[in-house]
Design a protein around this ligand. Structure first.
Ligand SMILES: CC(C)(COP(=O)(O)OP(=O)(O)OC[C@H]1O[C@@H](n2cnc3c(N)ncnc32)[C@H](O)[C@@H]1OP(=O)(O)O)[C@@H](O)C(=O)NCCC(=O)NCCS
Length: 168
């Protein structure tokens, strides 16, 4: 059975293995994932199928930007893509962020990551939420260069009913 549940500390190595398979997600240290599990477990969820972690979504509530939650990473094992699980993970994050007081959910996406762009637009459209581009993020130093679109979803109403595999 496939379930979505909050992260536990014992998930960390399995999450890193999953993230490693989820290009273009950044592959961070075990310590980074520990920080997420220890301080941000209310906004970090795994998708688990019979004990195997096959999906992950993680983010934080901003303490500087009013009522704003930020999705840091989302990834699915390739055999679980295009089946509605991304929609279920995003919905879990958004409803949890709302219950923590968020009225905005923001994230950044590589402009060439069509699957991710489509997944988030599909989610917002299904829910009737406003989705807008806030700007372009450009980060560059001598080690790396990155350009991402900053996007915001405003979940103005509480959703009714579940969203996900086999559900509208
Ligand atoms: C992003 C991710 C979680 C989305 O999961 P998913 O199950 O593919 O999402 P959905 O099925 O809800 O939506 C994806 C949409 O993109 C489409 N799509 C997938 N790959 C595509 C591609 N290469 N080109 C164009 N469209 C593509 C799908 O057909 C689907 O659209 P549709 O429902 O209109 O047919 C998943 O692709 C993933 O884990 N990617 C690797 C990690 C990643 O990129 N994370 C996001 C970083 S911002």
């Amino acid at each position: 059975m496939v379930v979505i549940r909050n992260i536990k500390e014992q998930d960390l190595k399995k999450i890193r293995s999953l993230v490693k398979e989820c290009y273009p997600l950044g592959f961070h240290t075990l310590y980074t994932y520990w920080v997420i599990s220890y301080y941000f477990s209310s906004l970090t969820f795994v998708l688990e199928d019979e004990g195997t972690i096959v999906g992950f979504i993680s983010g934080i509530m901003s303490v500087d930007k009013p009522a704003t939650a930020f999705i840091w990473q989302i990834g699915l094992k390739s055999s679980y893509r295009n089946k509605g699980y991304a929609q279920a993970l995003i919905d879990k994050f958004v409803t949890s962020a709302q219950s923590l007081g968020a009225s905005k959910v923001q994230f950044t996406i590589d402009p060439e990551n069509t699957a991710s762009l489509k997944a988030f637009h599909k989610y917002a459209n299904k829910r009737g939420f406003k989705i807008e581009k806030k700007g372009i993020l450009r980060l560059k130093d001598k080690f790396s260069e990155k350009e991402e679109i900053l996007i915001s979803i405003k979940p103005h109403i509480f959703p009714h009913g579940e969203i996900g595999p086999g559900k509208p």
